[in-house]
Write a protein of this length. Structure first.
Length: 334
């Protein structure tokens, strides 16, 4: 049995805790949150020890795994502390508030034999996995365009109304949601190496409310080989808007010479959307967090766990950073 310590007892920490509890080889042994009442309540529900300081928890509790589920600006410090304590680490996405901090974690990852992972669930989402496999099998012909479309009636969303998600420093829908879909682009076609984006912000210190941009991913000679080997880069678009009277939308669409596939609502895969031939291919809501835990345990047991590394997540973070750095000008991403 592997004993897990959770730092961050909010919505996502609760979700991971449930998956650790459901897995036969893991148990939540300790919980840490700066809100003492929240930590105590969270820990009491799971017969775990409660802490308000992650350093004290790492020094006191005999942990095998550390899950970091706090705001991004704290990821580097807490994940590094876990590695320094000799504990295997799962970090929430994004890897950090920026790629510089992510690269520091990736460097620490490279220096250790500990198991590490970032919670980027498209690696396990059945609808996305089927999208990747169908594109790789040539079902849309030659890929011509990948489109990322986001609409939020309000930001943050009602269920995640916390101040840091409004901040320009570490919040906003591109980091919180776009990270998943840019990771999806990487899974489909390889790394994004060129990007241009125009961003409008909600206020001087507030996060983005509108993004319009384009990018190029993969292609012959791409440093990061994706699932699809394309002779030329696949062009992509980003279209994001918040705070307007329209239903929430999160979609990744691949358009090819012979058809189109779209993943909508995070899990629903549709072929040829909006046409007479539209058909649903997958609507499986499998627990990706439980799959993540299972793959992590496989790695802990010495097997070949399918995990998203700190280095992979940092490559995605470089693309996120470029969205904000571009100011409408084309950027090359190393």
């Amino acid at each position: 049995m592997y004993d897990v310590g959770i730092v961050g007892c909010g919505v996502i920490g609760t979700r991971l805790a449930e998956s650790f509890a459901d897995h036969p080889e893991t148990t939540v042994a300790a919980a840490c949150d700066v809100d003492a009442d929240r930590a105590e309540s969270f820990a009491a529900e799971r017969d775990a020890d409660a802490y308000t300081d992650h350093g004290t928890m790492l020094a006191t509790a005999d942990l095998d795994v550390l899950y970091v589920g706090v705001p991004p600006v704290h990821h580097r410090e807490i994940a590094a502390a876990g590695l320094d304590a000799g504990v295997d680490v799962i970090c929430e996405k994004p890897i950090a508030e920026d790629a510089e901090a992510g690269a520091e974690l990736a460097a620490l990852e490279a220096e250790t034999d500990l198991v590490t992972a970032v919670n980027l669930p498209f690696r396990y989402t059945p609808g996305f996995v089927e999208l990747r496999e169908r594109v790789a099998a040539g079902e849309v012909g030659t890929p011509r365009r990948v489109s990322l479309d986001f609409r939020f009636p309000r930001w943050p969303r009602e269920w995640q109304d916390v101040d840091w998600l409004r901040s320009r420093e570490q919040g906003g829908p591109v980091r919180e949601v776009g990270t998943h879909f840019l990771f999806g682009v990487r899974e489909l076609f390889g790394g994004v190496d060129r990007l241009s984006a125009a961003v409008q912000y909600a206020g001087p210190d507030e996060c983005e409310e509108s993004v319009v941009g384009w990018f190029a991913a993969g292609g012959e000679g791409s440093a990061d080989a994706g699932a699809v080997d394309t002779d030329a880069p696949v062009h992509g678009t980003i279209d994001l808007l918040t705070d307007h009277d329209r239903p929430e939308e999160n979609a990744i669409t691949v358009t090819g010479t012979d058809g189109e596939l779209a993943l909508t609502e995070w899990y629903r895969l549709v072929a040829d959307p909006g046409t007479d031939d539209e058909r649903e291919l997958c609507a499986d809501r499998a627990s990706t967090t439980l799959t993540l835990v299972d793959e992590f345990v496989t790695a802990l047991d010495g097997g070949d766990g399918d995990l998203v590394s700190f280095a992979e997540a940092t490559a995605v973070q470089r693309v996120v950073d470029a969205v904000f750095a571009s100011d409408g000008d084309p950027l090359r991403i190393e």
